[in-house]
Design a protein around this ligand. Structure first.
Ligand SMILES: *[C@@H]1O[C@H](CO)[C@@H](O)[C@H](O)[C@H]1NC(C)=O
Ligand SMILES: *[C@@H]1O[C@H](CO)[C@@H](O)[C@H](O)[C@H]1NC(C)=O
Ligand SMILES: *[C@@H]1O[C@H](CO)[C@@H](O)[C@H](O)[C@H]1NC(C)=O
Ligand SMILES: *[C@@H]1O[C@H](CO)[C@@H](O)[C@H](O)[C@H]1NC(C)=O
Ligand SMILES: [Cu+2]
Length: 628
């Protein structure tokens, strides 16, 4: 009798626990961290999704938010040897005046000899272990820790990177004195139909664009904390293009182009520069790992040349750029704060604005151009587009006979599997994520409807043929990366990007959907940190290949129905697990094999993304509600 009573009470308690938390007790919705939310709101205030692809905004804000924890999780170590070495380099960087100013040229404008020398110097830097872990990485590591926040998201951005690139150049010149840092003018690639095919991403320049870097001068490079050198060029976004550059150069004062005062997105220099980071992907996609790819230094040399153009323009307008340091109440960006990192704290933020560097040390060769008078771009690797009179990069596919290589839309992505400075797949688990997609507004498939023996101008799947459908489904037309081309088979990718909120780690996956249909769905398995070692807090963001955001819905713990949520979730390791320890576990728990026939079930799905192409930002409608 007593036993029965205890059992009954036990059962009641158990039932009440189950009904409170459901079977999803180990995964919870979280509100967006406040700082991230305010960034998203600030950055999109008065701007519509018809003007900017939302992916761009979220990637920027996620990075701005994450520095807070990133510093705690992974401080960088600078050894005595590194300090001494950098100090020596730094003295040279401070030297009075070069006899002849170094000229930084566009990467494709280097002679073969210059290019080989440059590559050799970078390789030797990486091989030189006289400082820990090697000279290349010792420099790259300065782009971590404190400098994530003090060298970005504020007026110190261009000056800090100017000094950073100079230190790198000095290190190269210690090895081969004639070397200067080439800049990567990514707008030359921006003019290509498929910028990811640029000759830059070939063995002649920085090596292959897809996945692990296995050819070119940096083949099989490896970073102690970051793992193998990786790129996913073109998977997300597009490179900064000539319109972006002109927008920045159309402003007069530094405060109009620099954070946080440059409110308007298109004039914001740092935001625009972020586009190419996202476009290259892999190590380049996140601040802490970005300098592990040597392309970083060439890209930042380009950003620096743009800044120099801006400064020259200021001088023509009677403004002294060395005194135009924007007002800021951000202590990290205070003009007289010492820069973090590489130079034993001997430069202040405003020193980065000094005339010294481009007056005494280096200049930028003009960006490659062509015109009816000079129809030659000056490099075998560039050609002049005579309809627009702009220089365009050649494609490695044409020039290196890579005709058989996979178009980027068909490429997979390579994840780095880095968590807090350790790249190891076993530290990750997989969430099952489902996506629903409405047919995007601009699609037209060549599979035409035929009526009365006549072909119509729209395809057979188009919602306009079916009244009942167009009543229910009405996508808007948010801005998409214009180079998106998916009018073909209907195959489209929905990317799911994850960013740890309490760990440093990011991942990218995609689901393949059939966009011919008014409504389609697909499943994917997304890597996140294993909560076995402590609760995993992570933000999931979904967007299509045009960068258009999808809206997250999470399973309510009360009703089991899906409700709008923020996309931020907390996961713990209590049972039943809502994740798979490997992606094989996800698949096996999703399909129940009854007499060899696989019955699928959605029980393990906590979050679903709905890509319905609305013209409102997700955070302006429902994200506020998440986790309340
Ligand atoms: C957003 O704007 C408000 C008011 O302008 C400001 O107080 C806040 O710091 C901003 N937040 C971010 C993250 O920039
Ligand atoms: C800092 O730079 C100045 C030159 O401006 C130099 O005299 C001084 O020795 C440097 N200090 C350190 C710690 O490097
Ligand atoms: C740059 O990209 C934007 C957005 O994708 C596009 O509207 C613009 O035309 C592009 N500019 C050039 C010069 O290609
Ligand atoms: C796709 O089809 C639409 C409608 O015909 C057209 O406006 C658009 O330019 C096409 N896009 C591409 C990349 O071909
Ligand atoms: Cu940086």
């Amino acid at each position: 009798m007593k036993i029965l009573l205890v059992l009954t009470i036990g059962l009641i308690i158990l039932i009440s626990i189950v009904s409170k938390y459901g079977s999803d007790a180990n995964i919870y919705q979280m509100p967006l961290p406040e700082r991230l939310m305010s960034c998203l709101k600030n950055r999109t205030y008065g701007v519509s999704p018809t003007e900017y692809p939302g992916e761009d905004v979220t990637t920027f804000c996620v990075q701005e938010h994450l520095w807070v924890d990133s510093k705690k999780i992974f401080p960088y170590e600078v050894t005595e040897d590194t300090s001494r070495w950098i100090l020596r380099l730094f003295d040279k960087g401070r030297r009075e005046k070069e006899q002849i100013l170094r000229e930084r040229k566009e990467y494709r404008m280097l002679t073969k000899r210059e290019r080989d020398d440059y590559h050799r110097a970078v390789q030797l830097l990486k091989q030189d272990k006289s400082v820990w872990p090697n000279k290349y990485d010792a420099i790259a590591n300065f782009h971590r820790g404190d400098s994530i926040r003090s060298a970005h998201f504020g007026p110190a951005f261009p000056g800090w990177h100017r000094v950073f690139c100079l230190i790198f150049e000095e290190a190269l010149r210690e090895i081969i004195p004639s070397v200067t840092l080439p800049y990567w003018d990514c707008t030359l690639d921006g003019e290509m139909k498929n910028p990811e095919d640029s000759i830059i991403f070939s063995k002649l320049f920085v090596g292959n664009p897809d996945g692990l870097v296995t050819d070119g001068p940096y083949a099989n490079w490896h970073h102690e904390k970051g793992g193998p050198l990786t790129r996913n060029v073109g998977a997300v976004g597009r490179p900064m293009n000539k319109t972006d550059l002109e927008n920045v150069l159309s402003r007069k004062y530094q405060h109009e182009i620099l954070d946080p005062t440059a409110k308007e997105l298109k004039y914001n220099f740092e935001r625009n520069h972020g586009k190419s980071h996202a476009f290259v992907g892999g190590n380049m996609a996140r601040l802490r790992s970005t300098a592990e790819d040597p392309l970083f230094f060439s890209y930042h040399a380009f950003i620096d040349c743009i800044w120099e153009k801006f400064r020259i323009q200021q001088m023509k307008n009677g403004i002294d750029p060395s005194k135009d340091y924007p007002n800021t109440n951000d202590p990290l960006h205070h003009p007289y704060r010492l820069m973090d990192g590489f130079i034993n704290q001997n430069y202040t933020n405003i020193d980065g604005y000094s005339h010294h560097f481009t007056r005494d040390i280096y200049t930028c060769q003009e960006f490659p151009t062509c015109s009816p008078d000079y129809p030659d771009c000056g490099s075998f690797w560039l050609y002049c587009d005579r309809t627009k009179w702009v220089c365009v990069s050649k494609s490695y596919k044409e020039h290196l006979n890579h005709f058989d290589s996979t178009p980027v839309v068909l490429n997979t992505v390579q994840n780095r599997f880095e968590i807090n400075g350790k790249a190891d797949m076993d530290a990750w688990v997989y969430l099952t994520v489902k996506v629903y997609v409405t047919r995007p507004p601009t699609v037209n498939i060549k599979s035409y409807a035929i009526r009365d023996g006549k072909a119509s101008s729209s395809d057979v799947f188009s919602t306009s043929h079916y009244q009942i459908m167009s009543e229910k489904i009405h996508p808007g037309n948010p801005k998409s990366y214009s180079r998106r081309t998916s009018n073909g088979s209907g195959m489209e990718k929905i990317f799911i990007q994850t960013d740890g909120l309490n760990y440093y780690g990011t991942s990218l996956e995609y689901a393949i959907v059939d966009e011919r249909f008014a409504m389609a769905e697909a499943i994917t398995y997304v890597p996140v940190k294993n909560p076995g070692s402590g609760v995993t807090k992570v933000l999931l963001t979904a967007f299509d290949s045009g960068g258009r955001l999808c809206r997250p819905f999470c399973k309510s713990s009360d009703t089991y129905e899906f409700e709008p949520c923020s996309g931020a979730v907390a996961i713990d390791s209590t049972s039943p697990l809502m994740y798979g320890k490997t992606y094989a576990n996800n698949i096996l728990s999703r399909y129940e094999f009854k007499q060899d026939f696989p019955y699928s079930q959605d029980r393990g799905i906590f979050i679903i993304y709905f890509c319905d192409f609305q013209e409102v930002w997700p955070w302006d409608i429902a994200w506020n509600k998440g986790g309340c």
